[in-house]
Write a protein that binds this ligand. Sequence first.
Ligand code: PLP
Length: 456
Amino acid sequence: MEMLEHAPEVEQVRRLVTEVPGPRSRELDARRASSVASGVGVGLPAYVARAGGGILVDVDGNHLIDFGSGIAVTSVGNAAPAVVERVQAQVAELTHTCFMVTPYEGYVAVCEALAELTPGDHDKRSALFNSGAEAVENAVKIARTFTGRQAVVALDHAYHGRTNLTMALTAKNMPYKHGFGPFAGEVYRAPMAYPLRWPGGGTKTREQIAEEAFDAFVSMLHTQVGESNTAAVIVEPIQGEGGFVVPPHGWLQSLSHYCSEHGILLIADEIQTGFCRTGDWFACEHEDVVPDLITTAKGMAGGLPLAAVTGRAEVMDSVHTGGLGGTYGGNPLACAAALGAIETMRTEDLNARARQIEKLFRSRLDRLRDKHPEIAEVRGRGAMMAVELTAGPDDLTPEPVATAAINKRCHSQGLVTLTAGTFGNVLRFLPPLVSPDHLLEEGLDIVEDAFAHVLG
Ligand SMILES: *Cc1c(COP(=O)(O)O)cnc(C)c1O
């Protein structure tokens, strides 16, 4: 069978030929309004026809700069060549069997790659799923089976998904949980080490905050849940939807030690932070933490739906045969895509690239902060950077209205940005790791102009 030709490469320039969204996008959006459920919100209704590198091309021919990667998914770029090649070959050979019915090699190869790339050199096993939320649900199932305990502890500002159990784990009510209860039981919430918003945070060192937040965590778990009832603590090493909250160094390691002392499993939810996003394969590495279980998805498969739980062999294998699975989990196309994406991450050294991107963003955003006292903090790691907007230097009142206006202004100028945060006052940047510098600089020029436009 003849291979399809690659689509022509997407020119790496921003170019606006209509307003954004343009007339063809607006036509499609009218169709959306009468066919798609309005509960599925849309950030920027510019309908995308093709994409590559750091550019999205919409149906009106506008070339938009991508600072979102479809929420940290297309780290290797959209329609990345190694992903396209492997998926095209795979789709012509075998599309589905259900791994639980009759297996195939791609699934095994992805689990081997996960064992090699995730933190720790212990014996590991993995199981594959379709979405991040599904991976998190399964991590909890596995932790409960292994420990024989039920309680799960999550953190303030956490995001773990939208299914029933993961809604319970997710902290933010609107829009994720509002009206959707009752939620799964035996989920408890502990304070997050959020330096900017820790009581008296401005006058304390990050070490002090790490200590105080750890003490508050232990106190909550001990008094309200009980160590011997707790199956797992689930943590995002850097919080994603919660606003790219970077806990102070040492806090995650304290949690990890505490968990292992008490037979509690530490689940690192690396669905957003994993696969080179923060400049390491996994964000836990930066903290020298080896989690018992790790959930992955987003960046792993270059845009195809794939998720995984990886963990200590004895933990993973505590589940009875047949206890884990699903019809589509680890679909052959998604596995082929993951193998292509991982190959790209290795050959292009995207960890090093993420660290370069951090430098570029940090210097530009620090300068922006000097101009605008509304930027309370520039934070993040690797190609996962954000600014949090507040009323002023000594007033941490969140500024969601200005944040939304800046976000909207960026959109109108052909830059795809995203907001985040419990208070909706964080502007976050997640460019594809393969974006060329000139697009990153131009995108940051647009951000700078948008701040000036909205805040003066
Ligand atoms: C996106 C995300 C999820 C949920 O993944 P879905 O594929 O949307 O279900 C879970 N945890 C974290 C940290 C995420 O960023």
